[in-house]
Design a protein around this ligand. Sequence first.
Ligand SMILES: Nc1ncnc2c1ncn2[C@@H]1O[C@H](COP(=O)(O)OP(=O)(O)OP(=O)(O)O)[C@@H](O)[C@H]1O
Length: 328
Amino acid sequence: MKLCEELRVKFDKRSIVVTALTGAAAVSINGETTAKAFAFKREVRNELEEFKNAYLVIVDEVSFASVADLQLLDEKMKEILDRPVEPFGGVPIVFSGDFTQLSPVGGVPLYKCDDCITWKQLINVFMELKVNHRFEKDPGWGKLLERFRDKGPTTDEVAIINSRVVGSHKGPLEKNISPDAVYATKTNVDRMAINDAIFVKYLEKTHSTDANVQPLMHTLCIKAGNLRFHVRGTRKEYHAMEKKALDIIYASVGEAHVQDKTKKYHDPLLKLYHGRPLCINQNEDVSGCIANGAMCEFRGVKLKPGVSITDFETILIDGYCVNCVCVT
Ligand SMILES: Nc1ncnc2c1ncn2[C@@H]1O[C@H](COP(=O)(O)OP(=O)(O)OP(=O)(O)O)[C@@H](O)[C@H]1O
C-alpha cells in the first residue's frame, strides 16, 4: 500500500481481492469468501465502480473449488468487470492450495475434468512451494507427514504415529496433553461423543449431584423445544413426541443426527459452559472473523424477550444437576 502511495497508484480495498473458498480459510488470511466477493449467490449489482482498480485476485484453498465454481467465478468476474470476452474479466488470479487436502463438497474437483477450460488452459504459471516451514521445530515428524501425503506411510511410520495416540498403551497420557490440544475425528458422530465426554468431565469437576444445590450459572444447556417426528409415508405430517421419546433424544441424539426441513443440522441439547470452545457454522461476517469453521468460545446467551432465568429448569446429565433453558 505504501509503495502504491509512493508511485501514486490508487490502492483501495478492491485493488487486491483476497478471498478463499471457505469461511474459515478466508478468516485466516483476513479476506472474504470467493462466493461473497464475486456474488455467487446473487445477481450482480452495478459493482464496476467498486472493482475498477482491481489488479489481482487471490483465491486460497482452491482444492475446495469444483469445476462449476470456477466457471461461475469466470462468468461473475466478466459480468462485474464488464469485460465479457476476457477470461476472469481480465484480472490476474493467484490460486493457492493443495489438491491432496479436501476436495469440493458435491462437485467435480478441478484435476478430474479435462474439459475445464478455465483451469486446464488459462493457468499460465505454476509454482510449487517445497520448503516446509510448519515443522521447523520437528523436521522428522514433518518429513514423515510429507511421505504420508505423497506415497502413504511405511509400516515403521505407522508404528511411530500409533505411538502418539493418546490413550493407547504406548502413547502419551491424557494428563500430559496440553489443554488446548484439538481432537481430529473421522465422523461427526465421533466428534459428538468426544464433546459429550468433555462436558461430563467438566460437570464432574464443577457440578453437584445433590438436587438441593443450585446449579452453577456458568453452565447452561439449551434444549430444542419443538421436536416433532415426521410420519413415514407422508409428505408433511409431523407429530408431537411423548416425554419418554424426548428424554431419549436429549440424552443420546446429537447434532450429527438431527436435520431440519432445510437440511441444516441442530443439536437437540446444546451443552455449554463459559469458555467452552465452539466452531461457528455460518458465514455471518467473514471480515469480522465470524465465519463457518472459525473457532470461538462460549461467553453467554442472550435470552429472548419475555424469558428470564426463572424459566430455567434443572436437568440431570449423568446424575449432575445442570441449568437448562428451552428454545421453541
Ligand atoms: N517463509 C516463511 N518463513 C518462516 N515461516 C513460514 C514461512 N512461510 C510460512 N511459514 C510458517 O509456516 C506455517 C504454515 O504456513 P501457511 O499456513 O502459510 O502454509 P499453508 O501451506 O498455507 O498451509 P495450509 O495447507 O494449512 O493452508 C505457519 O506457521 C507460517 O507462519
